[in-house]
Design a protein around this ligand. Structure first.
Ligand code: HEC
Length: 225
């Protein structure tokens, strides 16, 4: 994980040609958010009725996504919400990658129970990268929210490696392997997480499906300039 942090750091300097400033971070986030708003992916054309828009493998992946692999329980998709997120917070175990997380979680839970967390303490803690791993808990102080993060959209996910809030999964196949083993065990793990027993073919089909979610980009898109 720390390697991810620093290689990203270097990539940032390459793109912006200098130090990281708030303005440049805002620019980077704006560019990223625009990628989330692109449409007309092969999957969108498939859903609209074009049977040839995606591969057979991606079609099987879509079935798995809604069935055996259970992705759709959190990465919600329907006509009124086509964004592949329920906009809710879940603990799938990513934060457990961090050394000392268990002790940190225990400490946070104690502080919460003693009523010793307030807005000021929170602002202080939120600046500590270790504490930010506590996720949604830092907003609600509810121990159930320790390590819970908001379900991200999956549109254009092919273009935004590495994955998860801490960049701990390098490729989409790594993400699928993570889900296949049921996430990372921890006391607050979502009840929706469980081993999936996917075959190699099924894993590949899910990756193909995720790649079918890459949309079209306008010609004046900043990265193309
Ligand atoms: C229990 C809810 C839940 C289920 C089930 C679930 N996800 Fe997720 N997914 C999340 C959350 C929450 C995150 C963000 C976690 C983080 O950053 O710590 C996430 C992150 C991801 C990411 C990384 C996105 C990025 O931009 O970094 C991918 C890809 C993904 N999920 C795909 C899937 C697939 C495929 C399945 C089914 C095999 C699945 N998810 C099942 C909740 C879920």
């Amino acid at each position: 994980p720390s390697q991810n942090c620093c290689s990203k750091n270097i990539a940032f300097k390459k793109v912006f040609g200098g130090e990281i400033t708030i303005d440049r971070v805002a620019q980077a986030i704006a560019a990223f958010e625009r990628t989330l708003l692109t449409g007309n992916s092969p999957f969108d054309r498939f859903i609209a009725g074009d049977q040839n828009a995606i591969s057979e493998s991606a079609k099987r992946g879509w079935q798995l996504f809604q069935g055996k692999a259970r992705c759709i329980t959190c990465h919600e998709f329907n006509r009124s919400n086509p964004f592949f997120t329920d906009n809710k917070y879940h603990n799938i175990g990513v934060a457990m990658n961090k050394e000392g997380f268990a002790e940190l979680a225990k400490k946070a839970e104690q502080l919460a129970k003693q009523g010793r967390l307030d807005k000021r303490k929170l602002d202080e803690l939120a600046l500590d990268p270790a504490f930010s791993e506590l996720g949604r808990f830092l907003v609600t102080f509810n121990p159930k929210d320790i390590g819970a993060f908001k379900t991200p959209t999956l549109r254009n996910v092919e273009l935004t490696a590495p994955y998860m809030h801490d960049g701990s999964e390098a490729t989409l196949m790594d993400v699928i392997e993570f889900y296949n083993r049921g996430g990372n065990a921890n006391p607050n793990l979502s009840g929706e997480m469980r081993p999936l027993n996917l075959t190699d073919q099924e894993k590949q089909d899910l990756v193909e499906f995720l790649k079918a979610l890459t949309g079209e980009f306008p010609k004046d898109f900043p990265e193309n300039k």
